[in-house]
Design a protein around this ligand. Structure first.
Ligand code: TYM
Length: 345
């Protein structure tokens, strides 16, 4: 079987507090990419449990990410939307890839170091192996492109290394099984646009994150208009007016961040924003940003709430998506077993 021409895969963890960074860096781009392409969007619940999750919260968060996908405009009929744990191929392929990836490669992963912190001995084995499960997600569908935020770049590079080593190690049986040009593709990350790394509203040197203790550091997708307005008004800035050129944002991380957010929300570039607001005070710029953010995000939060009131419909979407994902995944697992020499009846 030849690899498909173009297949998009991406995932979001159901760990609560979906925020503007997840939207601009990932989900909004999933929506833009869906036109005319085969897209698979996954709620990666097996990744979430690499860190402790209360079971009731996990269930709610799986449905919440699904609701966010749909509220943002992903069509679950035209694309495949499902949660990872319903397709056993993810865990199966992850095991095979754990045997391909090298300890040294995983030891270099900066996200593990950040998440494990000082108490590494107490981190779960799953947290360490997290990137091989991510490689399995992508390679299970032999995806060619993966839209993500900047923070996932290293994991995507690892995915290519794993795919390359698998293709090399098993080159003979891959060819014997009729696959020309290797089995797994060299997946391309899609990291583009003005908001690939949205920063905290309270500290321009820190990434906007689900786990930041301060809720004012992020705009949540579920926030209402009042919360959005308050958070934007409270966002940290500096005393200078906005510059007219990109160059003038250097060394001004908070200004750079707000301009990037404005650009991404208005489907423009930072240059466009500076052309309109160069010389303006932050008070005026923030008022315009509040208006834009409420206009773009308000309906998403409302629609998420409406969808969350009917969990059975969300579960039906996930179940249908999982059925369709399994068709592709099962074929890959069969191929991989044949390639590596596992007997199947
Ligand atoms: P997660 O759940 O942390 O984040 C989901 C997506 O949001 C992006 N993102 C950001 N983008 C811009 N600015 C930010 N501050 C910001 N914070 C998060 C992330 O880059 C991501 O695209 N490991 C992944 C989930 C995953 C995955 C995959 C992704 C598992 N398997 C396979 C792609 C393909 C993660 O933790 O994302």
């Amino acid at each position: 079987m030849a690899a498909v021409a173009e297949r998009i895969f991406s995932g979001v963890q159901p760990t609560g507090n979906l925020h503007l960074g997840n939207y601009l860096g990932a989900i909004k781009r999933f929506v833009d990419l869906q036109k005319g392409r085969e897209c698979i969007y996954c709620v990666v619940d097996l990744h979430a449990i690499t860190i402790w999750q209360e079971p009731e919260d996990l269930k709610r968060h799986i449905r919440e990410v699904t609701a966010a996908f749909i509220a943002c405009g992903i069509d679950p009929k035209a694309n495949i939307v499902f949660n990872q744990s319903q397709v056993s191929g993810h865990a199966e392929l992850a095991w095979v890839l754990n045997c391909v990836a090298r300890m040294g490669w995983l030891n270099r992963m900066t996200q593990f170091k950040e998440k494990a912190g000082k108490d590494r001995e107490n981190a779960s084995v799953g947290l360490f192996a997290y990137p091989t499960l991510m490689a399995a997600d992508i390679l299970l569908y032999r995806a060619t492109h993966v839209p993500v935020g900047e923070d996932q770049k290293q994991h995507l590079e690892l995915t290519r290394d794993i795919a390359q080593k698998f293709n090399n190690d098993y080159a003979r049986t891959i060819a014997a099984n009729g696959h020309e040009d290797g089995y797994f593709p060299m997946t391309e990350p899609l990291i583009a646009g003005p908001a690939t790394r949205v920063m905290s509203l309270r500290d321009g040197s820190k990434k906007m994150s689900k786990s930041d203790a301060s809720d004012n550091s992020r705009i949540n997708l579920a926030d209402d208009a009042d919360a959005i307005a308050t958070k934007v008004r409270k966002a940290k800035t500096d005393p200078e007016p906005l510059p007219s050129e990109l160059e003038g944002l250097k060394g001004r991380p908070e200004a750079d961040n707000l301009v990037g957010i404005f650009a991404a929300l208005s489907d423009g570039a930072k240059e466009d924003v500076l052309r309109d607001f160069g010389g303006a005070q932050f008070s005026a710029f923030k008022a315009a940003l509040v208006e834009l953010a409420v206009e773009k995000l308000g309906p998403i939060g409302g629609e998420m709430k409406r969808l969350m009131d009917d969990p059975a419909s969300i579960d039906a979407i996930l179940s249908d998506g999982a059925d369709r994902a399994r068709v592709i995944a099962d074929q890959t697992i069969r191929d991989v077993k044949d390639i590596i020499g596992l007997v199947r009846g």
